[in-house]
Design a protein around this ligand. Structure first.
Ligand code: DC
Length: 225
């Protein structure tokens, strides 16, 4: 495959987009750009400074000094916040909501958009998030919107968090999934929604492997045209 494409994968939390995006990037030898991890790192920085995540005046002070790097180390994504490895810390259950809150503010989003576009400018990237196909890379070569029912997504997140050793219960996780959906879809700035030209991919009854194969087929078909 000669051309280095930009592939956007958006969708709500627990839809399976992370697993699918990572595997797709691996198969294509592309960079995996986890934009959610960047918002999580920004949220972590604000929490460490005891800032009110709902207050624009408060959180805008963190934007200028935010240095976030994504590295691949031994096949795993490492997230560095001002040089410190925060890959584990940003996966704590409360960090999803912190990221969702801080991501509503324009100075934070502008900073992230700049970093994300810089990372993707050469192409050869699978970028996942909420607004990749609509705002970050509106001219992406491929846009996928990955979804699954809320209950199934909560089951997946619950399993994932339990596997990491967090004592969470299913009802709590389901409530958070629904709250975050509402917050991410309902916000004014770059809300979670499919781009008009996105291919909708429902993962409720399919394995990650099946979905990856489906997306790969679509990408390879186009590259043969
Ligand atoms: O994908 P994730 O669960 O790691 O994302 C955490 C939060 O970050 C998500 O609830 C909303 C925000 N986010 C965003 O606003 N835009 C993105 N492109 C990615 C994530």
């Amino acid at each position: 495959m000669g051309k280095k494409y930009i592939i956007a994968v958006d969708g709500p939390s627990g839809s399976g987009k992370s697993t699918v995006s990572q595997r797709l990037a691996e198969k294509l030898g592309y960079l995996y750009l986890d934009t959610g991890a960047m918002y999580r790192a920004a949220g972590l920085q604000a929490l460490r400074q005891n800032l009110d995540l709902d207050c624009l005046e408060s959180v805008k002070t963190v934007a200028p000094g935010l240095r976030i790097e994504l590295k691949k180390v031994s096949g795993r994504l490492q997230v560095l916040l001002n040089g410190e490895d925060v890959s584990e810390e940003i996966r704590k259950p409360e960090m999803g909501m912190a990221a969702s809150k801080i991501s509503r503010h324009l100075p934070i989003r502008e900073k992230m958009w700049e970093l994300q576009r810089e990372l993707g400018k050469e192409g050869g990237v699978v970028a996942e998030g909420r607004d990749v196909g609509t705002v970050v890379f509106p001219d992406a070569d491929f846009k996928f919107f990955v979804t699954a029912g809320a209950e199934e997504r909560a089951r997946r997140r619950h399993r994932e968090l339990r596997d990491k050793g967090f004592a969470v219960n299913y009802e709590e996780v389901l409530k958070e999934v629904k709250e975050r959906d509402e917050q991410d879809s309902g916000r004014e700035l770059a809300p979670l929604k499919p781009a008009l030209d996105a291919v909708m991919v429902d993962t409720t009854d399919s394995s990650a492997e099946q979905i990856v194969e489906k997306l790969l087929r679509i990408v390879r078909e186009k590259s043969r045209e």
